[in-house]
Ligand binder design. Structure first.
Ligand code: GLN
Length: 495
């Protein structure tokens, strides 16, 4: 029987191309066809079938010539539309950057092309990566391929902000994609759609050429359907970049080759403060299941305390908007994208008109909050205070990691919610990030892996948080869960 090429992951495609089981062009054509047929999911802002095909041809030619193959030779991927791609529209899902075509390539996307990957298209996201449901995109929300099993057919959120990435991977429109995570945007959408994703240590992947949201938190990472595929993608994406002053000058390990699900001698910390009110009973049950799986993999389980957890979310929603208000000041109608110049208007009017028309409501809300918390009268009360909390949270983790090697927690307090459900209540939306934000504030590597389905038939994710630079420990614990969860469920095709 012929394998369905679009069911294959990164490693299987790369190895199949290398062995000649199929050609890279066949793979690219199969994914291009799936992408073209999945308009209903709205996962892509632009598709780039020719880019995917051109890279595939190069991979096939290199193989025919007997040249050594790159880490991702012949693998077509999706690119979150927050990464600048030379000659291809880069919008951050905003009106203000609509029609912006960069003259340069982001470091991470360049590394992926250098490794032999091709691009199927630019993936939809929450506008400027601000959101948890993909509903803030100027180009319309992405829809999750998943549906509840109650026959209601309610359209569900794919998570955010990397919701185009999560939806596309779950629906087999691409084997892997890039994501970015400022407060959970790789992990939460991965959890909502039954896939894996890792936010590496802050600084592992260059931020150069990624549209900035909150620069002290923004971090790129891979999303895919297996832990090993995430490891391979991350290896291609990571590495020192002199163009990013916060880039880590450290060697990039071969995380894939060093993967091991044997956790003998490892200690897994269970943070007691994460047993919080409002967390779904089924999420708590899956957390207990995760604990049992890691014990089965040889780990010892220890109770730990992260005492400042309850302050993480409020601190994040001060720090991230503060940095956003500063970063987004560059969109003034002069340098990139949209320019709204009313008749007879002066310079100030042009700035105001461009920004009023170009930014969506959530982006405006963040700019207003950020400007307020940075203003002379309130800076100490809000911003300085939040930065102190950030230090305490990092210290909580440092203390905990004297007692354990990795931390296990849920990724999100609930499974995917319906589109529209939280749209009028920003606080309810922000609460979704309660388990993902602390690791972001501390700059630690953290990943989500699928743990199973809830009673409504929707995926639940488990989160593993590791020490600084210990992506290997995080991936290994992820692999131990993956091997035991045996997650093979997929969304029934309706699109
Ligand atoms: N949902 C969070 C926010 O809206 C996180 C977003 C992200 O990580 N980019 O800020």
């Amino acid at each position: 029987m012929m394998t369905n090429l679009t069911d294959l992951g990164v490693k299987a495609i790369r190895d199949g191309v290398a062995s000649g089981a199929f050609s890279a062009v066949e793979v690219a054509e199969a994914f291009n066809a799936n992408v073209a047929a999945a308009g209903a999911l709205n996962a892509f802002i632009v598709t780039t079938p020719d880019h995917a095909l051109a890279s595939a041809r190069l991979a096939d030619e290199a193989r025919a010539a007997g040249e050594p193959a790159g880490l991702l030779a012949g693998v077509p991927i999706g690119m979150k539309d927050l990464f600048a791609t030379k000659g291809v529209q880069t919008t951050a899902a905003s009106h203000i950057l609509e029609h912006f075509v960069p003259e340069y390539e982001s470091t991470v996307s360049q590394k992926l092309w250098d490794a032999g990957a091709g691009m199927l298209g630019k993936l939809n996201l929450d506008q400027f990566a601000m959101g948890s449901s993909n509903e803030t995109s100027y180009f319309g929300n992405v829809i999750s391929p998943w549906r509840r099993n109650d026959g209601s057919n309610a359209a569900l959120a794919p998570g955010g902000s990397s919701g185009g990435s999560s939806s596309a991977i779950a629906a087999r429109l691409c084997p892997a994609a890039t994501g970015t995570d400022t407060g959970g945007s790789i992990r939460q959408p991965a959890a909502f759609t039954g896939i894996s994703g890792i936010k590496p240590t802050y600084g592992r992947c260059s931020r150069w050429g990624i549209v900035a949201f909150a620069s002290s938190l923004d971090q790129a990472g891979p999303m895919a359907r297996s832990v090993e595929d995430c490891a391979i993608m991350l290896q291609a994406m990571a590495g020192f970049d002199p163009k990013d002053s916060t880039s880590l000058d450290m060697p990039v390990p071969d995380w894939g080759a060093n993967l091991s699900g044997d956790l003998t001698g490892k200690r897994v910390g269970i943070p007691r403060e994460y047993r919080m009110e409002g967390t779904d009973a089924e999420v708590l049950k899956s957390w207990d299941q995760g604990i049992a799986w890691l014990k089965d993999a040889g780990a010892t389980v220890v109770d730990i305390s992260l005492p400042h957890t309850k302050y993480a979310l409020p601190a994040y929603y001060i720090i991230a908007p503060a940095e956003a208000s500063s970063n987004l000041a560059r969109y003034d109608g002069v340098r990139y994208g949209l320019r709204d110049l009313p008749d007879g208007a002066g310079l100030q009017d042009m700035y105001a008109a461009t920004r009023a028309a170009g930014f969506g409501d959530e982006v405006k809300r963040r700019i207003l909050i950020g400007t307020y918390v940075l203003s002379a009268g309130f800076y100490d009360a809000y911003y300085t205070q939040a930065m102190k909390v950030r230090t305490l949270i990092a210290r909580d983790f440092a203390d905990a990691f004297t007692l354990c090697d990795v931390i296990l927690a849920p990724t999100t307090p609930t499974a995917a919610f319906a589109l529209g459900e939280k749209l009028d209540d920003p606080l309810a939306m922000y609460l979704n990030d309660v388990f993902s934000v602390p690791a972001s504030l501390a700059g630690l590597p953290a990943m989500s892996v699928p743990a199973g389905l809830n009673s409504q038939g929707l995926p639940l994710g488990l989160q593993i948080i590791g020490r600084e630079f210990d992506e290997q420990g995080v991936l290994n614990a992820g692999l131990a869960i993956e091997a035991r969860a045996g997650f093979v469920a997929r969304a029934g095709k309706w699109w």
